[in-house]
Design a protein around this ligand. Structure first.
Ligand SMILES: Cc1cc2nc3c(=O)[nH]c(=O)nc-3n(C[C@H](O)[C@H](O)[C@H](O)COP(=O)(O)O)c2cc1C
Length: 314
């Protein structure tokens, strides 16, 4: 049983935060499919939240789901993190807070946030401490192995000392971007060094790989693998997926996009959410192309529904 502070997860698996993707649509779908222990939001600017920026407030709006949801905050200013965490605790239904210390996007790194914190350890410590002081909610921090050199034993130890309840590690350096393979061989040493749970992340694309890696960490964060196969969490928990599940999935996805987004944004969202499906569906290049060339949400939705018919169960 994976415990993060006061929260016990029903499954040791987490939908990893992904900007532009783990919005309410994807989280609601993951919740409806089931099998996932925790859902993490897109990254949210602590400064935007502290200032109650209109767009930020729209992004954090969330409906309550059966699966617990964490909000992921990013920022380099301890005070901003502290104020943002206080707002999340007092005014939202999120079950916990995750701090982003892995984002490699240049604009974020230049501001000192995301993976920029991995090369400024006093600031990293201050950010965790300030957030911890202002919230009693379960608190996690997501890091990479280091900025350009591995310093994950040091960073995760500081994160534990400053009061986080769990740490998630994407087993790549910031300088790796998304290249090469995630270095799962480092999991054991990191875990030995900590008392709080270690969640491992990187390249989990199949239930078999997930179950193997689950032996080396306390829980798993899955990002692209959950976009490629939205049923991966429940498959890890032992439930098989049928063709009609896929048919149901694409219809529900399109319906939720139509419900949550204005017309001008729908096609872009549909393309973003289906971009990775090709990785788990052999022969899907042809329909992927059709969707990508599509100029219209209704048309793309039609292609998808044609490609994934609703098959009757025998
Ligand atoms: C499109 C995209 C957006 C991402 N956005 C975030 C983010 O907002 N916060 C974060 O901590 N990680 C973000 N990540 C990184 C993922 O959470 C995860 O660490 C990474 O994709 C490796 O895991 P995976 O191999 O399971 O995808 C993003 C990844 C992708 C592909």
């Amino acid at each position: 049983m994976l415990k993060i502070g006061s929260l016990t997860l029903a499954q040791p698996t987490v939908l990893a935060p992904m900007a532009g993707l783990t919005d309410h649509v994807l989280r609601q779908l993951a919740d409806e499919i089931g099998g996932c222990g925790l859902l993490v939001s897109e990254m949210i600017a602590a400064e935007g939240l502290r200032r109650r920026n209109r767009r930020t407030m729209e992004m954090i709006a969330s409906s309550s789901l059966r699966t617990p949801q964490f909000i992921q905050l990013f920022g380099a200013n301890p005070e901003a993190l502290s104020e943002a965490a206080a707002i999340v605790s007092a005014e939202t239904a999120y079950a916990g807070i995750d701090i982003n210390m892995g984002c490699p996007v240049p604009k974020v790194v230049r501001s000192g946030a995301g993976s920029g914190l991995l090369r400024d350890l006093p600031r990293l410590a201050a950010v965790v401490a300030a957030t911890r002081r202002s919230t009693a909610l379960p608190l996690t921090v997501k890091v990479r192995l280091g900025f350009s050199q591995v310093n994950v034993l040091e960073t995760t130890r500081i994160i534990e000392q400053e009061g986080a309840d769990a740490v998630a590690v994407h087993f790549r350096l910031k300088s790796d971007g998304y290249t090469g393979s995630a270095r799962w061989d480092l999991a054991a040493a990191i875990r030995e060094n900590l008392r709080i749970p270690l969640l491992g992340n990187g390249d989990i694309m199949t239930p078999v790989f997930a179950l193997e890696k689950l032996k080396t960490v306390d829980g798993l964060l899955i990002g692209r693998g959950a976009l490629a196969n939205p049923f991966i969490f429940r498959e890890i928990a032992g439930q098989a997926t049928s063709e009609s599940d896929w048919g149901g999935y694409v219809r529900r996805l399109a319906a939720l996009i139509a419900e949550h987004y204005p017309e001008r944004k729908r096609l872009g969202k549909l393309k973003a959410f289906t971009r990775f499906l090709v990785l788990s569906r052999p022969g899907s290049r042809a329909w992927k192309r059709r969707i990508f060339l599509s100029q219209d949400f209704v048309e793309a939705r039609g292609f998808l529904e044609e490609t994934f018919p609703l098959v009757e169960e025998p």
